[in-house]
Design a protein around this ligand. Structure first.
Ligand SMILES: [Ca+2]
Ligand SMILES: [Ca+2]
Ligand SMILES: [Ca+2]
Ligand SMILES: [Ca+2]
Length: 551
């Protein structure tokens, strides 16, 4: 069974490949699937995953990949709206430093959430890998987060990573950066699909949240893979965000490691759409989705996208395997900003700019973000040496600090990248794309309401001052920017109306009304109405009036 599966993978992998190598019968397994095997421990062990992994590449078998201690880690709250949502960022690092063959690195991490946050997920926001001595060729590299589960109020997950040349004998250090989003389901109606799916031929391939495939048919180092998620709970949600959870690259079978010139990943934009008859990558297979008729479908529980990869040395194209793991986050309060981005293979060397080989950090700012909560997701990146292909000492790209100011609607993040050999020469170039995961879109129309700092009771609106001559009324705008309006207070002897200036989003203004004779702090009843001449089209027109009473 397992052997048959492997042969199938090899056959599928080499279909269309004219230049078959004499290694084609070896039990090659893409590094990414190996990573998945490392991650998805229990179910895969039972399908004999360890056998699958015996290959000429000498990658270790899943069972041989013990959980490693973290060599360093960090965990911080980025923002919290108590009772509703909390978001964390963090990283974990581990090392393989054996005298002979190295290990895949696999770590377990967890996070204790506040009591209200009874649903949560974690996704990948960068990676970094380094040979501990000298520089070497690359056979494969990758990072993946899996085995996500919530145990009471503790979110637990595992992450695995690798950087290797063909004989996997060079000690290395690997780090991954993650973001955790945790929420109160009674305040935020979000649906997450962060299962892994089982590897290989056990189980329904459409239920795997990963794929692994070869760059068949590509004539350059650029490859393209369509995939989808299907979850009945996604139906009727306007938006499903695809959260990146991992990638893997692995040069061709036969363990021919190479220099590196360029490596790139682009999880392109997604839509709640599925195309009838199209072949999608799911698990290690090609799947044609099963639809009710011959039509393509929108909003029927599917979300689809294409992911692009580049793995390149100076040669125009080599054979490689690529894999990806994702989650889906859906809900009518989910929104995504997906900046246009593409990666293209370098076909002509000699870029004039020299940015040095070391880790470079740069801050990026995005303004006018139309969400109450916004989270950056590193969904595209590209790293290349400036001149020619080289050995590698260290490579990676990651978001290590970020924040969102919801009042200024401004997202800031610091992005770092590295690609260097042992003498840091030549330098590297990096490009990236951050998709903004938005939760709770901001209002598009105003909503004016009467407001008192003392609360909502009738007495709270009794704000008489200046020796009983004035009543203070606050008009608050809890929607989008509002133009000028009028506010009326109706006392026992009649209404008093004041012009009210424009109020920006989230702002408020105070108005002072003349208090009529007979009205005092001890005895006065009145009614406050905002937008009393109905000049403003509001998201809520029935919250415009309150009663006030002084007793
Ligand atoms: Ca080596
Ligand atoms: Ca050099
Ligand atoms: Ca209103
Ligand atoms: Ca109105």
């Amino acid at each position: 069974m397992v052997q048959g599966l492997l042969i199938l993978i090899v056959q599928v992998g080499y279909k269309g490949e004219k230049k078959m190598k004499d290694t084609r019968n070896s039990l090659f397994r893409p590094a990414f699937l190996t990573l998945l095997g490392v991650l998805i421990t229990v179910p895969l062990m039972s399908c004999g995953f360890s056998v699958c992994l015996v290959g000429s590449c000498q990658f270790p078998v899943g069972e041989d990949a013990p959980l490693k201690e973290l060599t360093s880690s960090d965990q911080n709250v980025v923002f919290e709206e108590p009772g509703t949502i909390i978001v964390y960022r963090g990283f974990g690092c581990a090392e393989s430093n054996n005298s002979g063959k190295q290990d895949f690195l696999r770590v377990e991490q967890s996070l204790n959430l506040p009591a209200y946050a009874t649903n949560a997920t974690v996704f990948l926001n960068g990676w970094r890998a380094r040979y501990l001595s000298k520089d070497h060729h690359v056979q494969g590299l990758g990072t993946v987060i899996g085995n996500i589960r919530l145990e009471r109020n503790t979110l637990k997950w595992q992450a695995a990573g690798v950087l290797s040349d063909n004989n996997f004998d060079d000690a290395y250090r690997w780090c991954y950066h993650y973001t955790v989003v945790a929420w109160n389901p009674s305040n935020l109606n979000l649906t997450v699909d962060h299962k892994d799916g089982s590897c290989g031929d056990s189980g329904d391939p459409t239920q795997a949240n990963f794929f692994s495939a070869y760059n068949d048919g590509a004539t350059t180092a650029l490859s393209s893979f369509p995939s989808f998620l299907q979850n009945p709970n996604f139906a009727s949600d306007k938006t499903v965000a695809i959260l990146p959870r991992g990638f893997g690259f692995d040069w061709e079978a036969g363990c021919n490691d190479h220099h590196l010139l360029q490596i790139g990943y682009n999880l392109d934009h997604s839509e709640i759409f599925i195309e009838n008859g199209k072949k999608y990558k799911k698990n290690d297979q090609e799947v044609i989705p099963s639809l009710p008729n011959t039509a393509s479908q929108v909003d029927s529980g599917f979300v689809s996208w294409e992911t692009y990869g580049i793995l390149k040395d100076n040669k125009g194209r080599r054979y490689y395997a690529f894999g990806e793991m994702v989650s889906g986050l859906a809900g009518n309060e989910v929104g995504i900003i997906q900046p246009p981005f593409s990666i293209l293979p370098i076909e002509d060397n000699g870029n004039p700019s020299d940015s040095g080989g070391g880790a470079e950090a740069q801050e990026f700012v995005v303004e006018n973000v139309p969400f109450e909560y916004a989270i950056p997701m590193l969904t595209g990146w590209e790293l290349s040496y400036i001149s020619n292909d080289e050995h590698v000492t260290e490579t990676g790209i990651w978001i290590d600090e970020w924040g969102y100011d919801k009042n200024a609607r401004t997202l800031r993040y610091k992005l770092s990248s590295i690609l260097r050999d042992k003498d840091d020469d030549p330098g590297h170039i990096s490009r990236h794309k951050v998709t903004i995961l938005g939760i709770r879109p901001l209002a598009v129309v105003p909503d004016l309401v009467p407001f008192s700092p003392s609360g909502n009771s009738e007495a709270a609106f009794c704000r008489i001052e200046q020796a009983g001559t004035r009543l203070r009324v606050s008009v608050k705008n809890q929607g989008a920017d509002a133009d000028v309006s009028k506010t009326t207070v109706t006392f026992a002897n009649g209404p008093v109306t004041l012009n009210t200036p424009a109020i920006p989003v989230g702002g408020s203004v105070d108005l002072l009304f003349n208090v009529p004779p007979g009205c005092s702090v001890l005895n006065c009843s009145f009614r406050v109405s905002v937008d009393s001449s109905n000049q403003i089209n509001e998201s809520n027109e029935i919250n415009n009036s309150v009663s006030g009473a002084c007793m």
